[in-house]
Design a protein around this ligand. Structure first.
Ligand SMILES: [Zn+2]
Length: 236
């Protein structure tokens, strides 16, 4: 007899540990595994190990369209030693053009040449909404990953992000904390995704997370279960 560990087995193990969705905060049974950040954000969909989360179907579907936008924007500026793949940029751009017309319109409207042959794309309200809804889910996922705690429905979340064009505004404290070495099948994927956490080991009600994708954007997420630090649930 043998026991094969495959994705299904992994899901069963995950479900044994936690049988509820880690996003609802309402004790909804988990039905699927979600990958956050979405697999589309990574070259060849090779997402980092241990970023899989139990979810109900409704939560799993809730930001699919927005994740496509983030997957595209995560590729606008890469580390020259690990350039984003042109075919993936083209594929996600076509996906956004076909399915997220408002975002694509904002990008096209703000398109311009900067210098050294580089261009820029516009970010507007529709892009902003896509970022915020995705980052709020990431915040819950990362907090669950690091503490095992599920953000309650009345818990407070604060998220913000900085594109490479406004990197000078990134608060210096944003990159304080423990930097994880991220791998996929033992390959380091830190040149695509940086993940920094700051949590109080004695208090799972507070969490502070910073992520960066390539050189495209940096995002900061805060979790506060009881309103001790975040006075109002705010998105930006
Ligand atoms: Zn759910």
């Amino acid at each position: 007899m043998e026991l094969r560990v495959n994705r299904k087995t992994k899901f069963l193990q995950l479900n044994t540990v936690r049988t509820v969705c880690c996003f609802c905060g309402e004790g909804t049974p988990s039905e699927e595994i979600d990958h956050l950040p979405s697999r589309a954000c990574f070259d060849n969909r090779q997402f980092p190990d241990c970023f899989e989360f139990p979810t109900c179907k409704v939560c799993n579907e809730s930001t699919k369209g927005e994740e496509r936008v983030i997957a595209l924007l995560s590729r606008v500026d890469s580390n020259p030693e690990a350039p984003a793949k042109p075919d993936e940029i083209g594929r996600y751009m076509a996906g956004v053009a076909n399915n997220n017309q408002n975002v694509f319109g904002e990008m096209a409207q703000g398109y311009g040449r900067v210098k050294d042959g580089h261009g820029s794309v516009g970010l507007g309200n529709a892009t902003d909404r896509a970022f915020i809804s995705v980052l709020r889910r990431w915040a819950k996922a990362f907090h669950y990953r690091e503490t095992g705690a599920i953000v309650p429905t009345n818990g407070r979340i604060c998220v913000t992000y900085f594109s490479n064009a406004n990197a000078m505004q990134i608060p210096s404290g944003a990159i304080d904390g423990r930097v994880h070495e991220l791998t996929r099948n033992r390959n380091n994927i830190g040149d695509q995704f940086s993940y920094i956490i700051r949590i109080d080991p004695n208090c799972s009600a507070l969490g502070y997370y910073t992520v960066a994708f390539r050189r495209s954007f940096l995002a900061i997420m805060m979790i506060d279960f009881h309103g001790a630090v975040i006075l109002e649930d705010q998105s930006n």
